[in-house]
Ligand binder design. Structure first.
Ligand code: C5P
Length: 227
């Protein structure tokens, strides 16, 4: 059955403070978006890509898309709205697998992509790449004072990709939209249905490019991954 890759790329990347959205900033001479799509294509050359783009976006160039099968859809107000637009646009079967991956994670490896795919295939509630929390976690009360320490036992960072059956993901995001809950990843919407997606331990270098410093870090990671 077909694999659908949804790549939300309609964000503004405001925290980057750059003159264009962060997915178009260069890493090793290529925009972040091109790196991310190249890695997805390397792992799943036959997949169908759905790219969510801001309707006002004038930086995107289709020659950065290596997929044979792909379409673009307009992004929404929030990330979850962008993903929902993708789900509404595709002619998928309920049991098809949908993998959602942030455009801003260009350091994703083929091994992690394949591991997540296998887990999402075999787990009815889906799966996400994640990383156990290593640091001690502090709680403030909006005042930047450390009032408490949260036990980090059992805490994970949620990464992408995250993969689910089409019907489950659509039901989850529909409910989140109807209830007006702001979900920042797909797994949280699925959890709200009482499901428990599988946590798949992913590489620590699958970082999300968010702040200006992250460009140098991502460049170093890519060089290290080649050596
Ligand atoms: O800003 P942040 O890095 O958290 O966004 C995560 C991902 O969601 C990015 O790939 C961004 O382009 C995407 N996004 C989107 N539509 C929005 C907001 C964010 O596709 N409305």
């Amino acid at each position: 059955s077909p694999l659908w890759l949804v790549v939300p790329a309609a964000g503004q990347g405001k925290r980057m403070g750059a003159d264009k959205p962060k997915q178009y900033l260069p890493l090793e001479g290529q925009p972040i978006l091109a790196h991310t799509l190249a890695r997805l294509h390397d792992a799943f050359p036959q997949a169908h890509l759905v790219l969510c783009l801001d309707p006002e976006d004038h930086w995107f160039r289709p020659d950065w898309v290596p997929f044979t099968h792909w379409q673009q859809v307009p992004g929404g107000i929030e990330r979850m709205d962008s993903v929902m637009n993708a789900l509404e646009a595709i002619a998928a079967n309920d049991s098809d697998l949908v993998m959602v991956h942030d455009v801003a994670r260009p350091c994703i490896t083929r091994a992690d992509l394949h591991a997540l795919y296998r887990a999402a295939q075999s787990h009815p509630s889906g799966a996400l790449l994640a990383m156990p929390v290593a640091d001690t976690m502090k709680r403030d009360q909006g005042d930047q004072l450390s009032h408490a320490t949260e036990p980090r036992d059992g805490l994970w960072h949620a990464l992408t990709p995250q993969g689910f059956r089409y019907a489950l993901l659509r039901r989850a995001l529909t409910k989140a939209q109807q209830q007006g809950t702001l979900v920042t990843d797909e797994a949280s919407a699925v959890e709200a249905l009482g499901e428990a997606p599988q946590l798949v331990s992913g590489r620590r270098d699958n970082m999300k490019v968010t702040h200006p410093d992250d460009l140098a870090l991502a460049t170093a990671i890519m060089a290290a991954q080649r050596s």
